[in-house]
Design a protein around this ligand. Structure first.
Ligand SMILES: Nc1nc2c(ncn2[C@@H]2O[C@H](COP(=O)(O)OP(=O)(O)OP(=O)(O)O)[C@@H](O)[C@H]2O)c(=O)[nH]1
Ligand SMILES: [Mg+2]
Ligand SMILES: [Zn+2]
Length: 220
């Protein structure tokens, strides 16, 4: 069992390294969005694309077990999107992302958003070649999730605390949630946002722009 797991992960790492080399050569910032189902990944991506598409080209890889719903929601914003259905699988892997990149053919210095399958467990262990994992936690899920699913919060560089427009209706302790996230990952950045009301999105866009500037290819 352990041997099989090691073989799968080392094969995945080889594909992920290939993707990372391809993205780096083109100066593309790739972000891997991970969360439990329904935290608001697609809503946030659609809003982000609508607000940023005038500044930078954006392409999207959508991962779900079934349906093309999320890719259709992204295409409605005008961005190019590829849907990957994992069937019985519960995460995207490096090989799937490599094949999706072939059909997306993203532009130099563009942004690539990868929406992983809604699952707070195994997407943490699969490198896709992204620069960073962005974990989205919505305020309806409970403050304790970083402690219960530490691998994911440990693997992420940024946590977006989403649906803050709902805070007046909930007993959710924002400070305790952030403290829990920092217990498993002292370096994690945290931004509080609402994908529907737009609160906090300016900070999110500033973060993306700063990461993109560091990633862009300097060659003409
Ligand atoms: N109130 C509120 N609702 C939100 C917000 N963001 C998303 N939602 C709602 O949450 C529900 C799930 O949103 P999705 O964007 O489909 O979530 P997802 O993470 O992409 O879901 P999966 O792809 O199925 O894992 C929808 O009904 C959204 O309208 C938010 O900031 N505030
Ligand atoms: Mg989605
Ligand atoms: Zn899985």
């Amino acid at each position: 069992m352990v041997q099989i797991e090691q073989d799968i992960l080392s094969k995945n790492d080889a594909y992920a390294a290939e993707n990372r080399g391809y993205l780096k050569a083109l100066g593309i910032l790739a972000l891997n969005f991970v969360s439990s189902p329904g935290s608001g990944k697609t809503t946030l991506l659609a809003r982000t694309i609508t607000d940023l598409k005038g500044d930078v080209p954006i392409t999207v890889i959508e991962g779900d077990q079934q349906t093309a719903n999320d890719a259709e929601r992204i295409r409605a914003t005008g961005a190019k999107a590829v849907q990957v259905n994992t069937g019985k699988g519960c995460h995207l892997d490096g090989h799937m992302v490599g094949r999706a990149l072939e059909s997306l053919a993203p532009e130099k210095n563009s942004l690539l958003f990868i929406e992983n399958v809604g699952n707070l467990v195994c997407p943490a262990g699969f490198d896709l070649g992204e620069k960073l994992k962005v974990v989205i936690l919505s305020v309806t899920e409970g403050e304790d999730k970083p402690l219960k699913y530490p691998d994911m919060f440990h693997a992420a560089g940024l946590m977006l605390l989403n649906k803050i427009d709902l805070l007046p209706y909930l007993n959710f302790d924002v400070d305790l949630c952030i403290e829990n996230a920092r217990r498993v990952n002292p370096d994690i950045r945290v931004l509080q946002v609402s994908a529907t009301s737009g609160e906090g999105l300016d900070d999110w866009y500033a973060w993306i722009k700063s990461e993109a500037t560091q990633t862009q290819s300097k060659e003409a």
